[in-house]
Structure formats: C-alpha cells, structure tokens
Design a protein around this ligand. Structure first.
Ligand SMILES: [Zn+2]
Ligand SMILES: [Zn+2]
Ligand SMILES: [Zn+2]
Ligand SMILES: [Zn+2]
Length: 503
C-alpha cells in the first residue's frame, strides 16, 4: 500500500467543508502526501512566457500553429500547450499581441491561459472526481474587483474572440477562475527556468489553513508536491498548511487571507491578542512603563487597541496609519543596506514590542546580511558583530518556535545562518585566550549540533530548489566541521603547550 493511503484521512463538516487529519501517529518530518498537479499554467499576472515550458520569453518566437509565444518547435509540441489552448487559438485565429514598449510588463492576454487549461478538463475523470467539488467562493467573489476583471479578461475573451460561448457558460468560467484563485500554489522549477508558475493540486488543496502550520511542502522539477509534518502529529489531529506569511502580524495575515482566499481566519493565533506569545502585533504603550498595547478583539478587523496595564487606547484607524508608515519605510529599504536597518531597529524599539513583526522583519534581513555584504563579511566582522548575528538568529529561532514550529524551512535556514558566527566567535575568543581549549571544543560541538539540525531540515527540500542547494552546502560544511572537531584535541594540546613555552 502507498504511504499516502494510510497516513491521512479526508473528513468533512459544515463549518470548513473538507479537511485532512492524520490517520495514524506521524513523526516530525514524515512525508504523508505526494500529489501531482491537475493543471499547470502561467500565473494570473505574468509577462509573456513560453506556453510550452513556461519560461520567460521575449515574445519573438511564436508557435507556428497558434501564433503565441514559445521557445521553439519542441516547446510548441509539448502536450500542455498543443493539446490545450493551441488548438482553440488556432481554430479561432486569436493571435498574441505583444506590448512592444515593455516585454517585462504583465500581459492581460495571458490571464485566460490557466483557466482555459482547467476548463478543457471538464468531463474528465479528474474533473468529475476531484476538481468540480473544489471550493470556488463564487458568492464572496461575485461583483468584486477580481470578479469584474475576470469577466473582461477571461469570460468575455474566451466566449467572444476565442469562440467558446457554446462550450462554456459564464458561470462555468467564473467557477474555474474561483477554483484557481482559491486553491492554486505557486511553484518554481528548473523546467520553467525558475519562473514561478501556478499549479492546482486536488489532494494537497484539501489541507486547511492555519497561521501556525504543522506541515511543510516542497515542489520538485516534475511539479510533484511532497508534503511532510514539521512536528509530531497525533492520530486524528488536523493537518494544516499556511496560505499566508507567518511572520506578518494578525491584521496583515487576516487581510491577505480575506483578499486572496476569501475567508476570515479564526485560528488560535489570530484569536489571541498576544499571538500565542510571539507578540508580532504588540505595540509599546506610550503612556506607561512596560505596558503593551494590543487589539482588544483581534478577530474584529475594526478593533481598537488597548494597553494591558493602563487605560490607554489607540483607535484602529490610528494604529493602522502608524503601521502603514513603518511598513512603507521598511519596504523602501535597499535590500543590502545593513546599517540603515540597525538604525531603524533602534528607532522602532521605542514604540514597538521587540518581537513586533516590523522589528522581526528587519532582524530577519540582518540575520542574512551579516557575513555576506561588503564591509561586513565574516573576515571583516569583529567579535561584537559575530555576537550580534548570533543574537539576531536566536531572536528568529524564538519566533519560529511559535509560528513555524519544528522542522520548518524557516528554522532550517536560521540554524544554517547561526552555525558560522558560532564557530568564528569561538575561534577568535580562543586565540585571545578568553576561552580554554576545552571551552573551544564545547562551543565547536554546539555549532556542530546546530549545523547538523540545519542539514536534517534542509534535506527535506527538493535538491534543485534554493533551500535544497543550501542543504548540499550545509552538508559539506558539516563534514568539514566534524573533521576539525576530530583534529581539535591534538591541536589544542600543541597550541596550549606552545603558549606555555612562549609565556
Ligand atoms: Zn519553452
Ligand atoms: Zn500553439
Ligand atoms: Zn489565523
Ligand atoms: Zn499603558
């Protein structure tokens, strides 16, 4: 029996519809679901891409049959294109019209491609068994901005110029647009030259959202998605993914979910003003000492904010205005500017909780910048900055333990960042005689444990992905570190001896 047949079970209730639970006890890191995409196509908003392999294209080479961009004849003949929109466009004589001014700009003509690919599966076994039942939130979408844009760029285009009015009703096309909007995942693959595409996974899409997921997934070059647990999951417990960014504060996550997935998240983290202790939405009280200002009713989008110690209150509008100003200030930063980030952290510490999402975003960037940017390479960094990098990594690990617990990608990446400054600092302190040989060995062993866990977590990723490549690099570093540790007792003896003689 295949593992996915016994590892999870699909349940149903009136509140959330279908959802997935563990059918047996699952260990942390256990793969429980592998799913194949029912449809793969260009993202909703995309510049022109090859309709065969979905790589970015200048739009100069066109398919000989339909006149839409491809890399060449072999891409034109891929079934994903040839057996889908190619025949429709050729029959209706609908040509691609490039915007000559800017080939990198989003091309509205492409919005119909993935919906058309899905429409063409209507009546097939996979449509009847799985896709037709998928959530499309037509009621919530109807009349909204997305709906109206879909009406013009997709419904009218397919039923008009593409001559499909007899095959697909307006309702059917909107249903398909809704299914794609609610359920697709973005996938990057070497097949598409790293260009992100959208893929629809009928089984994987059944997992509900939670702002504290207990699973992680990776999508390979074959576009298969592999889903695994990040923490131990008991038999009967629900399995969750996240459709949003776990490092964002509650109001931002809930707004993103509402706009993109059409539902109000009421998970335990959203319902808790302290966000389960992560305090990603907590503001410092300007009126009293050590008072924290948080949403009074976090599940009400219009909630006011109130200090937990004094009676100080901030209106929702005022709070959102301040948050917006900070958000824009952070978004405008040069991605490599380390010093400005440190200055902003000092500035915002005066009125945000040290773990607030905005401070955490800055600290997360700094974790990756120290050791990598000009004037702050590991060779140039003094001990004080090694300590700073360690402190920033430990901050991120504390947050990860709450919002992406267990073997999450976030934890894997941060542990990888942490191992190098641990080693560098230990070596430097030993050379300055601050550490004994034994203390050096202990610290190197701590770095080894950190790196070994990073390797373990990152090894779950697809080898072709950025994280997968990092896993290979981490594995190499771990072998080197282990060699160093084996040799260390001998070297310490010699060095200690020399120091004795010299002193
Ligand atoms: Zn191609
Ligand atoms: Zn074609
Ligand atoms: Zn939530
Ligand atoms: Zn107060």
């Amino acid at each position: 029996m295949k593992p996915e047949q016994v590892a999870y079970e699909i349940k149903q209730n009136d509140k959330v519809g279908r959802y997935v639970v563990a059918a047996k006890e699952l260990e942390a890191g256990e793969e429980f679901l592998v799913d194949t995409a029912a449809v793969i196509g260009p993202k909703h908003h995309t510049p022109p891409v090859c309709l065969g392999c979905l790589s970015l294209t200048s739009g100069d080479t066109l398919c000989e049959r339909c006149g839409w961009p491809v890399c060449g004849p072999s891409c034109a003949d891929l079934p994903a294109h040839k057996e889908a929109e190619c025949a429709v466009f050729a029959a209706a004589n609908v040509k691609f019209s490039s915007s000559v001014e800017d080939p990198t700009a989003d091309c509205p003509q492409y919005e119909c491609i993935t919906p058309l690919r899905l429409l063409l599966t209507i009546g097939s076994k996979i449509w009847n068994d799985k896709i037709e039942k998928m959530e499309c939130h037509s009621k919530e979408r109807k009349g909204g901005v997305d709906w109206n844009a879909d009406q013009i760029n997709i419904v009218n285009f397919l039923r008009g110029p593409c001559k499909l009015a007899d095959r697909f009703s307006e309702e059917q096309i909107h249903q398909v647009c809704g299914i794609l909007a609610v359920n697709t995942f973005e996938a990057c693959s070497r097949v598409s030259g790293g260009n992100p595409v959208r893929a629809l996974y009928p089984q994987f899409a059944l997992l509900s959202h939670n702002c504290v997921p207990n699973t992680a997934h990776s999508i390979g070059a074959d576009y298969k998605v592999r889903v695994r647990t990040t923490v131990p999951v008991k038999k009967g417990d629900e399995l969750f993914i996240t459709y949003t960014h776990t490092l964002q504060p509650t109001y931002a996550r809930r707004q993103h979910l509402k706009l993109s997935k059409y539902f109000d998240c009421e998970c335990a983290r959203c319902a808790d003003p302290e966000e389960l202790g992560s305090n990603l939405s907590t503001i410092k009280c300007p009126k009293c000492e050590w008072g924290w200002v948080r949403a009074e009713k976090p599940l009400d989008d219009a909630s006011d904010y109130k200090c937990h110690k004094c009676e100080y209150k901030m209106s929702n509008a005022d709070t959102m205005k301040v948050m917006g100003v900070i958000q824009r200030e952070i978004e405008a930063l040069d991605p490599a500017d380390l010093e400005v980030r440190e200055q902003l952290i000092k500035k915002y510490h005066a009125f945000l909780h040290p773990k607030h999402a905005h401070l955490t975003a800055l600290k997360h960037s700094l974790c990756q910048l120290y050791g990598r940017v000009a004037e702050y390479t590991f060779e140039e960094m003094p001990d004080l900055l090694m300590e700073r990098k360690i402190e920033l990594c430990k901050h991120m690990l504390q947050i990860a333990d709450i919002v992406q617990p267990g073997y999450s990608r976030l934890r894997g990446m941060i542990l990888y960042e942490l191992h190098a400054p641990l080693i560098m600092l230990a070596r430097s302190l030993y050379q300055q005689d601050v550490l004994t040989g034994f203390a050096l060995l202990t610290r190197m062993q701590e770095a080894e444990r950190v790196l070994a866990e990073a390797v373990h977590i990152l090894s779950f990723e697809d080898p072709d992905s950025m994280e997968g490549q990092l896993a290979a690099q981490a594995r190499f570093s771990l072998e080197q570190l282990q060699q160093t540790i084996i040799m260390l007792p001998q070297q310490i003896d010699i060095m200690d001896g020399e120091q004795h003689i010299g002193g």
